[in-house]
Design a protein around this ligand. Structure first.
Ligand SMILES: [Zn+2]
Ligand SMILES: [Zn+2]
Length: 177
């Protein structure tokens, strides 16, 4: 038999989604414009009708909701969406923080603490001289030192920055993505 222009029957067995009918289509369904074979016409029409009824119900629900719509409902709906958005953001931050913790720990493990300590102590001896420095200048320098001896810093866009102040230069920025 020659293939008809409508192609194969588009009916699918719903209980086993992968099985498609392999007969040639003889009719075009007026609802979905797909071809169906004679044997499946009735089943296909029934399924289409069920789907149409379902959609009709959804439309009626929508109409009902619109008829009784209030400001309060709109606010509630917005609050719900805002909650969802907040949760998504929190999860993303938690995920990123876990990732950064892992990355930071591994960077710190590679650090030679003895060497880092003595370098920092040298720096303090050499650059901070209370007798010759104004108090406010000294305060500023101490703040800078505190920053430097923290070794790892976090930039505003969530990157870990290795402070290789006086230690052997290594990778400056770690990209976590
Ligand atoms: Zn159809
Ligand atoms: Zn069929």
């Amino acid at each position: 038999m020659d293939p008809l222009p409508l192609g194969r029957c588009s009916h699918r067995n719903l209980s086993a989604k992968s099985t498609q009918c392999d007969r040639w289509a003889r009719l075009v369904c007026s609802h979905c414009n797909r071809g169906v074979c004679v044997e499946h016409e009735k089943i296909h029409q029934e399924e289409s009708q069920r789907r149409i009824d379902e959609l009709q119900n959804q439309m009626n629900d929508l109409r009902q909701r619109l008829h009784t719509l209030t400001h309060e409902q709109l606010v509630e709906n917005f609050e719900e969406k805002l909650d969802q958005w907040t949760n998504t953001c929190k999860n993303e931050i938690d995920r990123k923080a876990m990732q950064m913790l892992k990355q930071g720990k591994s960077l710190i493990e590679q650090l030679n603490v003895e060497e880092f300590r003595s370098n920092c102590l040298n720096q303090i001896e050499n650059s901070l001289e209370p007798s010759q420095t104004h108090t406010s200048k000294l305060e500023e320098q101490i703040e800078q030192m505190k920053e430097k001896i923290s070794y790892l810093q976090i930039t505003n866009d969530g990157q870990i920055k290795v402070n290789h102040f006086l230690t052997k230069p290594s990778r400056d920025m770690m990209n976590l993505d």
